[in-house]
Write a protein that binds this ligand. Structure first.
Ligand code: GLP
Length: 242
């Protein structure tokens, strides 16, 4: 694991955007695994600007997202499909036909997961961007998810519902289930880029980097991947042994 500690959120976002731009620059047909959440918003803002400035093109890029809430249709303002359009896809030159997000309102959720897994098998990701849950989750793979799991319907942990309730009117509005790419799917990407910012991620960062590799901390599995870059700001890195 390559751990890069930066001063703040802005530096973290700028460096991550640079790494993604380099990936797309060296392979304009790259497949990117994309994440949602507050952590990656700064990265997306920078990619939008780079694209507007003509520094980067996503015209031939494919984008595959990690997860979606069960029960929220793509037009719901808190859905991850809506998030991706508002924060990235509407502002770059990507072909929307080349963007993939699980459908949280599919009639048969298990068919939806099977279809997503088949799609992932055909579309290896060159780079997977990741955030980190305060409980150590990656995508929506909560603690004790098997390391070999694939895309499936998952139950969200109480702490995740609490963390994510800031974006909903009330905690009871937060869906309790999601479709999440599995840990095996995350690990199959050629390169992983995980970002964490703020004190509320410090414990999870420490467990991910210095703890045992255990399903109790899903992100600890990253220790087994041979091309991982972790960018953390000072607060998120504050519990790491120097
Ligand atoms: C969410 C998402 C993850 C995200 C993580 C961190 O629940 N499912 O993909 O990376 O938790 O979110 P945030 O960046 O808002 O802290």
């Amino acid at each position: 694991m390559k751990i890069i500690t930066v001063d703040n959120y802005e530096e973290m976002s700028a460096l991550a955007a640079k790494i993604i731009a380099e990936t797309v620059g060296s392979n304009p047909f790259a497949t990117l695994g994309l994440a949602t959440g507050s952590t990656v918003l700064g990265v997306y803002a920078r990619l939008c600007k780079m694209c507007a400035d003509g520094e980067i093109s996503f015209a031939n890029v494919k984008a595959v997202n990690l997860d979606e809430y069960v029960g929220l249709d793509p037009d719901h303002p808190q859905s991850y499909a809506y998030y991706m359009k508002r924060n990235l896809f509407d502002h770059i030159d990507i072909d929307l036909c080349n963007t993939f997000i699980p459908c949280g309102t599919a009639l048969d959720l298990h068919d939806e997961c099977d279809g997503y897994n088949n799609m992932l098998d055909l579309m290896p990701r060159d780079l997977q961007l990741l955030g980190l849950g305060s409980d150590g989750h990656i995508a929506f793979n909560e603690p004790n998810s098997p390391f070999d799991c694939r895309t499936r319907v998952v139950q969200l942990a109480e702490s995740t519902i609490r963390d994510n309730s800031r974006l909903f009117e009330s905690p009871s509005d937060v869906p309790t289930r999601a479709i999440s790419m599995g840990i095996a799917d995350v690990m199959s990407a050629q390169k992983l880029l995980l970002l964490a910012s703020g004190l509320n991620k410090a414990q999870a960062v420490k467990a991910m980097v210095e703890g045992a590799v255990t399903e109790a901390c899903p992100a600890s599995v990253l220790q087994r991947h041979d091309d991982v870059t972790v960018i953390v700001d000072k607060l998120a890195a504050s519990l790491l042994n120097k």
